[in-house]
Write a protein that binds this ligand. Structure first.
Ligand code: ZN
Length: 509
C-alpha cells in the first residue's frame, strides 16, 4: 500500500487527501493496472484462434510445403482455367481473379452466369452424339500499368450446327477498383451524341464491306444506348464490338470497328486525356532464354533408353498455373523425374517465368492450343492460330518451339491432323486418364494410375488442380517401387519406336 501511495503521490497531491481517500485512489490504481495489463493478455491468448478462423483453408504446414505463388505477367491479374469433359458436353472457361475484390466479383458473376446458362442448355439439348461445347478465352490488353481491357471471347455450341460467338469486354482499373463506362472516356450527352453517331456512320461509309453489311437503323439504335455498347480503348484506338446479328445479317458474324482517337479527340473527357497520356504499360517482359538451354534439352532427349527398361511418361495439361505447377516441379525434382507439360498459350502469356523454369529443369514442353477450344468445331483460320500462337509464345520464352501437340479434350479430326503435320508436331493422346479433374481426390488419382499403368503408358493429369499436386508424391513413389522410370513423351515414343504425326496413345494395361 505504501508503494502504491508513493507512486500515486507523483501524480496526485496525496498529502491533501484523507486516509480514506488514499485507500480509494490506491484501489483505483490497482483496478486500472488490472485493466491495463491482465485483460489484454487474455485477448492476446485468444488472438491465434481468431487468425485461424479467418484462414480456415490454410493447409497444415507439415502436409504441404510453403507454396510460392508465381507473379502474373500482368500485375493484379490472375488467370486460371476451368475445364470439364463429359459425354454430353465440354467446356473451357478462362477464369480471372484480380487484386480488387469488387472487380473480381463483377467478372466472376458474369462468368458464372455464362457457364450456368450453357450447362442448362447442354442439359436440355446435348447428347453423346451431339455434345455441347463452351469456350471462353480472355484477351488482355493493358492501357496503363493497372488499367486493362479484358476481352472475353465466347464460342458456344449447344443446339444446332452453328456455334455462337460473343464478345464481352471489361475495362477496369485494378488499383482504383474501377469498372469504367464509356462516358468515363467520352463526353457523351444529348449535344455530342449525334456527333459521335456521325463519326461512326462516316467511318462505315468509307469501308466498302461494312457499308454493305450494316443495317443503319439497327446501328443508330445500338448507339442510342451507350451503356449497352461493347468497347475497349488504348492510347490510339477506341474499338466497338457488335455480336452476330446485332447490327448486321448473321453471315457477317462479329462486327468490330476501330476508331482512331484522333477522330474523336474533341469528345475525350479530361480523365481520358490524362490517362491515355500516361506511360503505356510496357510490353510483357520475357525472361531471356539461357544460351545453354538447347544443349541441356538435346542431351536429355538423345539419351537412348535400354529396351528392357520400364518407362512411363507423366503429362500435365492446361497450365502453367501460378502455384500448382511450382509444387509439381518441386516433387518431380525430388524424384529426379522428367515429365511433359502441355501448355495453353493464354496461360503462357500470364506466367512466362514458370514456362522458363519447366524448360530449364529439363522437362518437355508441348502445345495444348491457345484457348482450349474444341479444334474440331472452329474455322481453319482459328485452327491455325490455336497452333501458331502457343508455338510462338513458347519459342519466345524458352528459345525452342514445343515438340509435341495435344488437342484439348483429345478431340481431333482430319483438319487437326493436317495442321499438326504442317507444323511438324506429333499428336499426343494418353493411355491412362487419371481423372484428376473429376475426382479431385489424391487417393482416387493414385488408385486409377496404379491400376491402369503399364510399361510405355502415357498418363494424363492436369497441373491446375491442387489435389493433383498433392497426389503426385505418392503416385511417383508407388510407380518407382514398381520399377518405373519417369521420362518425357518424346523419350517414351523413341523407346517404343513410335514415329510420325500419330496420334500416339501409349501402352494400355
Ligand atoms: Zn486440356
Amino acid at each position: 500500500m505504501i508503494l502504491w501511495t508513493r507512486l500515486l503521490g507523483r501524480f496526485i497531491p496525496l498529502k491533501k487527501l484523507t486516509t480514506r481517500g488514499k485507500i480509494f485512489f490506491s484501489l483505483l490504481a490497482l483496478v486500472l493496472l488490472i485493466i491495463g495489463f491482465i485483460l489484454p493478455s487474455f485477448f492476446k491468448a485468444d488472438a491465434p484462434d481468431t487468425e485461424k478462423t479467418e484462414t480456415p483453408e490454410e493447409p497444415d504446414s507439415t502436409e504441404i510445403e510453403q507454396v510460392e505463388i508465381a507473379e502474373s505477367n500482368y500485375p493484379g491479374l490472375h488467370l486460371e482455367i476451368q475445364t470439364a469433359d463429359t459425354d454430353n458436353y465440354h467446356y473451357a472457361v478462362h477464369s480471372l481473379t484480380t487484386d480488387s475484390e469488387t472487380l473480381t466479383v463483377t467478372i466472376q458473376n458474369w462468368l458464372t452466369n455464362e457457364k450456368d446458362t450453357f450447362l442448362k442448355e447442354a442439359d436440355e439439348y446435348a447428347t453423346a452424339e451431339r455434345p455441347a461445347h463452351l469456350n471462353i478465352a480472355l484477351n488482355t490488353i493493358p492501357i496503363t500499368k493497372s488499367t486493362y481491357n479484358l476481352v472475353f471471347n465466347t464460342y458456344e455450341i449447344t443446339g444446332g450446327a452453328n456455334g455462337i460467338s460473343k464478345t464481352k469486354p471489361f475495362v477496369v482499373n485494378i488499383e482504383e477498383e474501377k469498372h469504367y463506362t464509356l462516358t468515363d472516356f467520352l463526353e457523351l450527352n444529348e449535344e455530342t451524341q449525334d456527333h459521335f453517331t456521325e463519326i461512326i456512320k462516316q467511318m462505315i461509309s468509307e469501308d466498302e464491306n461494312l457499308q454493305q453489311e450494316i443495317n443503319e437503323d439497327k446501328l443508330i439504335q445500338s448507339l442510342s444506348d451507350i451503356n449497352q455498347l461493347k468497347w475497349t480503348i488504348t492510347d490510339e484506338i477506341l474499338t466497338l464490338y457488335w455480336d452476330k446479328y446485332a447490327i448486321a445479317a448473321g453471315a457477317s458474324g462479329l462486327i468490330i470497328l476501330e476508331i482512331p482517337l484522333e477522330n474523336i479527340a474533341d469528345l475525350l473527357t479530361e480523365e481520358a486525356q490524362e490517362m491515355l497520356h500516361f506511360e503505356v504499360a510496357e510490353e510483357p517482359t520475357e525472361p531471356e532464354a539461357p544460351d545453354e538451354m538447347e544443349d541441356i534439352s538435346e542431351d536429355t532427349e538423345s539419351e537412348v533408353l535400354p529396351s528392357d527398361g520400364k518407362y512411363v511418361a507423366v503429362t500435365f495439361d492446361d497450365g502453367p498455373h501460378p502455384n500448382v505447377t511450382g509444387q509439381i516441379l518441386q516433387t518431380l525434382k525430388e524424384f529426379n523425374a522428367k515429365a511433359t507439360f502441355f501448355m495453353l498459350g493464354n496461360q503462357v502469356d500470364y506466367y512466362p517465368n514458370i514456362v522458363q523454369q519447366i524448360a530449364t529443369e529439363g522437362h518437355e514442353i508441348g502445345n495444348h492450343s491457345q484457348t482450349h477450344a474444341d479444334l474440331t468445331t472452329i474455322s481453319p483460320e482459328q485452327l491455325q492460330n490455336e497452333f501458331s500462337y502457343t508455338n510462338e509464345r513458347i519459342k519466345e520464352i524458352t528459345g525452342r518451339y514445343p515438340t509435341l501437340f495435344r488437342p484439348p479434350y483429345g478431340a481431333y479430326n482430319d483438319g487437326v491432323i493436317a495442321q499438326a503435320t504442317n507444323v511438324g508436331l506429333p499428336i499426343i493422346m494418353w493411355s491412362v486418364d487419371s481423372l484428376d479433374w473429376q475426382s479431385r481426390d489424391p487417393i482416387a488419382i493414385n488408385e486409377v494410375i496404379m491400376t491402369e499403368t503399364a510399361p510405355g503408358s502415357i498418363i494424363l493429369s492436369h497441373d491446375i488442380h491442387e489435389t493433383t499436386a498433392q497426389a503426385l508424391p505418392t503416385v511417383l513413389s508407388n510407380l518407382q517401387n514398381e520399377g518405373y522410370t519417369f521420362v518425357t513423351v518424346s523419350q517414351l515414343l523413341e523407346w517404343r519406336g513410335d514415329a510420325g504425326i500419330g496420334p500416339h496413345f501409349g501402352s494400355y494395361q
